[in-house]
Design a protein around this ligand. Structure first.
Ligand code: ADP
Ligand code: MG
Length: 461
């Protein structure tokens, strides 16, 4: 087995576990395969990271992924042994045709059904559009399993993947699509971004053209784009991922536009009318237009999934693979909790720690533990989201930020600075909840911790 074959084999193994090697990891693997030390690899390849970061973070994370994939400990000095053993074990278990794609000269094995290892069947046609390269992806196994169950067992037709900005909806959507494409049960997987606010007609035309290119068959063509789309959704099993629905939703004070109405009725159709496919929309905000669609019951074809924080271990793995940070376990844990496991907020903070605090987490915490600074893109998004609120919503957010503790609705009514009726309060609370800005627990409302920090900063508290 030569290095390229080994790399190809390892990439397939890791991809099945949801990990795609990035360039950096590929180079480290190649160097280690040739028996090079970290120092030599660092000298030979232009890696763009420090030797220390490679030895402490990127390398160990790679070996951990490999260990999980091959099922035995991996030592950098003896990389070839475990990989070749894993290869031999898999080769016993799969069809010779698949195995020989790794080793062209391999003697043919007796034909048997694949066991244990299900290699990609490449049956699913895909079109990823302008999907960002997810690169390093950490954790989220439970979320993927839950969503897959809804798609495969419950046959959900319409799924909303919801959560605050930066929590990882786009990345998770793409990763989920990759998993499903890899399994090969779907006929087509298509990913499209809605961030440029395409008109519904434009989106339908694009989807139709793509489906026509990907799938066989001659649909009975009608002038009604939706009917044409239904031909594919009913006759094939397609997964369509639409990313960033929030860009199409009217903000707090805006009127509903005709375009939005068209999208609203499209979404209702997707949930209500029978078809064989699944459409997943990621959004910061749960759309009002689908409020009448039942959801989240076990047998419902519509499902609303709120994505929560990235677990501590996964968040640390994510940061360690991208940034050169140092700190005790306690420092890492404090940092991750400070930004409530929000990957975008954590990445922005980590970049500052690396640049301004020489990577020392404790130095950053000494400055920011009490008044959390929210940096970069997530700051802009929160700023924008809060600026778009209606006046009444704004009053409630300010009140919650000022008091700074969870409150029941009756207390909010007495604490707000301008009188609100019960009906107005309920309406506003629902909208804030649906925009991922508010959290409700046991009848107590509080701002999402990141929103709380941002809003308090804005009030000078
Ligand atoms: N599971 C993850 N593993 C590694 N990085 C992640 C993960 N989830 C999110 N990120 C990082 O956080 C950033 C924001 O994630 P994204 O999916 O764009 O959030 P959202 O769509 O919810 O606003 C991404 O660019 C990526 O760098
Ligand atoms: Mg997104």
């Amino acid at each position: 087995m030569n290095m390229d074959e080994a790399l190809q084999f390892v990439e397939t193994l890791l991809a099945q576990r949801g990990h795609r090697l990035n360039d950096l990891e590929r180079k480290i693997f190649q160097g280690a395969w040739q028996g090079k030390s970290y120092k030599e690899i660092h000298r030979v390849y232009d890696l763009g990271i420090s030797l220390e970061h490679m030895m402490r973070n990127v390398g160990p994370t790679l070996w951990k992924h490999l260990r999980d994939a091959v099922g035995e400990p991996i030592r950098m000095k003896d990389l070839q042994g475990p990989i070749q053993r894993a290869y031999a074990a898999k080769a016993q278990a799969v069809l010779p045709a698949i195995a020989s794609s790794f080793v062209p000269s391999m003697p043919s094995l007796p034909v048997s059904e694949p066991r244990g290892l299900s290699l990609p069947q490449h049956r699913t046609q895909t079109d990823w559009g302008m999907a960002p390269d997810v690169g390093i992806f950490c954790g989220r196994d439970r979320d993927i399993a839950e969503l897959q169950e809804r798609i495969e067992l419950d046959r959900c037709r319409l799924i909303f993947l919801l959560g605050i900005a930066g929590i990882g909806k786009t990345c998770l959507g793409i990763r989920l699509g990759q998993h499903i494409a890899h399994q090969g049960d779907f006929d087509a997987v298509i990913w499209r971004s809605l961030t440029n606010q395409p008109s519904l007609n434009l989106l339908l035309e694009d989807l139709l053209q793509t489906l026509q290119e990907l799938l066989p068959g001659n649909p009975p063509w009608s002038s009604n784009l939706l009917l044409n789309l239904w031909y594919y959704l009913r006759n094939y099993r397609c997964l369509i991922l639409l990313d960033g629905l929030e860009r199409l939703l009217p903000s707090g004070s805006e009127e509903y536009s005709a375009e939005y109405e068209a999208y609203g009725s499209f979404l209702r159709r997707l949930g209500e009318a029978y078809h064989n496919s699944c459409v997943i929309l990621t959004s910061r905000e749960r759309p009002q237009a689908t409020s009448t669609l039942a959801g989240s019951g076990d047998s419902s074809p519509v499902y609303y999934y709120w994505l929560e924080e990235l677990g501590e271990e996964s968040a640390r793995e994510m940061l360690a693979s991208k940034f050169d940070l140092s700190g005790s376990d306690r420092d890492w844990s404090l940092l991750i909790r400070l930004y409530v496991g929000n990957p975008l907020a954590l990445n922005a903070a980590a970049s500052q720690i690396q640049d301004l605090y020489a990577g020392a987490i404790d130095r950053f915490l000494a400055v920011h533990a009490t008044e959390t600074a929210i940096f970069g893109e997530i700051r802009q998004v929160l700023e924008q989201q809060l600026a778009q609120l209606s006046r009444q919503e704004q009053i409630i957010v300010d009140c919650l930020a000022r008091i700074g503790e969870p409150m029941p609705r009756t207390r909010i009514l007495t604490e707000v600075t301008a009188p609100l009726s019960n009906e107005q309060l309920d309406q506003c609370l629902q909208k804030l909840l649906w925009r991922s800005l508010l959290v409700l627990e046991n009848f107590y409302y509080m701002l999402h911790p990141l929103v709380q920090k941002y809003a308090q900063g804005r009030l000078g508290l």
